[in-house]
Design a protein around this ligand. Structure first.
Ligand SMILES: Nc1ncnc2c1ncn2[C@@H]1O[C@H](COP(=O)(O)OP(=O)(O)OP(=O)(O)O)[C@@H](O)[C@H]1O
Length: 483
């Protein structure tokens, strides 16, 4: 895309103007409004307010004081309650303390009393990426399972093996002081083939779970909770939606159904309500979904042919602790080229064997690989706190070419986790990619904050990003920095 791209214009046809940065508020400016959230508590009957490794520079440490963020009522991490007040058992509280969870986040504070109420009620809950949804549903499961019984009692369905394995890890950590707890990952694994599942909590991908129940490897008779994580994705996609429905049909009829996601587009909401009837709902407007700590940029690339070169140049500018590059397809040229440039790169796509996928994600989590190149298979749920940058090498699109709002939000949500600062950079190389990105940022009400990075001025690019990443309280770049 040429440098006379309509950088600040809200539409693709609008004439070039100042960059959006000119009007962009700083982090000291207006905070993301928490007031636009909508909560519908059907159990109560009445609605309530809800509330590259680089080659030149040292690594940046991004620090964040969680207690400050948790004191701001507009912040999704805010809470007035303590875990003790949420009636959690002492051994579970001990696990939370061991994890350094001092206070619940807003979603945990709101969801837990509803989830843990007796008799159990269904729940459809939404909150921004990285705000602790996993802990909310894990704490409910830990509280409700009888650990003296070695049979599955709670089942979590997740869209990828990586996310399922991650959730297993969260259950193990939070439940480390819970006597008798056994949690099992139900993901394709030849070693598990004929093994009987005896864990009280099972976390898996829908196809494997269905197989295990059908082959009687897993006894579903005692299951009392079904959690569908990333529920909009799980219920929307024809394949997964169908599979989730079939898994549900294999479970007892009187169970607690819990759906969690950062996004619930309208077209999925109706289906979600059929899947989990009479649910308490914790919902947000799409305008309130972005996370303040994620600074959104676009790299103005001079045509498709320059994308590789610019990516490599970009990674030569500075060291990022960990970053993820999202691509539409699984081509490996970028990996090869960046490896040749001296970066510690890993590549993960759905086409790899399960054990290879495990090895790759584990290398990335441990920091052995600093750059992860992947597809939408990892767009959702993956929580690696050291990820300070996400790159959308392609603007996320649906199969029909329309902008994919939800995937954009989930991809950028791999950084800026639980109050941390992160940077999301989308490559824009022509009018079409530009206008799709504009649509997306307008949908989430962040078009004004989107900052252009000009590939004709790499010093500016470097300065803009350093400023944001060095200072956890720094605002988005101003027009002085990116002109
Ligand atoms: N109360 C808390 N105190 C401190 N850290 C927390 C708390 N709750 C969650 N976290 C941490 O916040 C991070 C994000 O949590 P989690 O992965 O559950 O987010 P999420 O809302 O499920 O995000 P996504 O929508 O991307 O799936 C995790 O590293 C988790 O350990």
């Amino acid at each position: 895309m040429s440098t006379d791209t309509p950088a600040a214009a809200p539409t693709a046809d609008a004439p070039p103007a100042d960059t959006p940065a000119a009007d962009a508020p700083t982090a000291d400016g207006p905070a993301a409004e928490g007031g636009g959230s909508v909560e519908k508590s059907q159990a109560d009957g009445a609605p309530e307010a809800m509330g590259g490794s680089g080659l030149r520079e040292p690594e940046y440490d991004v620090e964040v004081t969680l207690s400050d963020l948790q004191a701001d009522p507009n912040n999704p991490l805010y809470s007035v309650k303590s875990f003790e007040e949420l009636n959690l058992r002492p051994e579970i509280i001990k696990g939370l303390h061991a994890l350094n969870f001092r206070r619940p986040s807003k979603i945990q504070e709101r969801a837990l009393p509803l989830l843990m109420r007796d008799p159990p009620t269904n729940m459809i809950a939404q909150s921004q990426s990285g705000t602790g949804k996993t802990a909310a549903f894990v704490l409910n499961m830990l509280s409700r399972c009888d650990m003296t019984m070695p049979v599955p009692q709670a089942l979590v369905l997740a869209p990828s093996r990586e996310l399922a394995r991650q959730i297993v890890g969260v259950v193990q950590q939070m439940g480390q002081f819970v006597q008798g707890l056994n949690v099992v990952a139900a993901v394709p694994d030849p070693r598990q083939r004929n093994q009987q599942i005896t864990g009280q909590i099972v976390v898996g991908t829908p196809g494997t779970v269905m197989d295990m129940i059908r082959r009687r490897q897993m006894n579903a008779r005692s299951i009392k909770i079904l959690v569908v994580d990333e529920a909009d994705n799980m219920l929307d996609q024809q394949g997964l939606g169908d599979q989730c429905k079939r898994v549900k049909a294999l479970l007892p009829s009187q169970i607690q159904l819990v759906l969690f996601s950062a996004t619930f587009p309208e077209n999925v909401t109706t289906y979600a309500r059929q899947f989990a009837p009479r649910a308490n709902e914790l919902r947000l407007k799409h305008e309130d979904l972005t996370v303040e700590g994620i600074h959104q940029f676009y790299l103005d690339v001079n045509g498709e042919d320059h994308k590789y070169d610019d990516l490599v140049k970009f990674y030569g500018l500075m060291t990022i602790s960990s970053s993820i590059i999202f691509r539409r397809d699984t081509a490996r040229e970028i990996e090869e080229r960046m490896t040749a440039e001296g970066h510690q790169v890993a590549h993960l796509s759905g086409g790899l064997e399960g054990s290879d996928r495990d090895r790759v994600i584990d290398r990335f989590r441990s920091g052995e690989a600093k750059v992860l190149i992947t597809t939408n298979v990892l767009a959702r749920g993956i929580d690696v706190q050291s990820v300070t940058m996400v790159i959308n090498y392609d603007v996320p699109e649906k199969l029909n070419g329309d902008p994919d709002y939800e995937t954009y939000l989930h991809r950028i949500g791999r950084t800026g986790r639980f109050g941390r600062v992160g940077v999301a950079i989308t490559f824009v190389h022509d009018k079409s990619s530009w206008s799709k990105l504009m649509d997306i940022t307008k949908y989430f009400n962040v078009a004004e904050q989107l900052v252009r990075l000009d590939t004709n001025d790499w010093d500016m690019v470097e300065n803009a990003l350093k400023l944001v990443l060095k200072n956890p309280r720094a605002g988005v770049a101003t027009d002085k920095m990116v002109s």
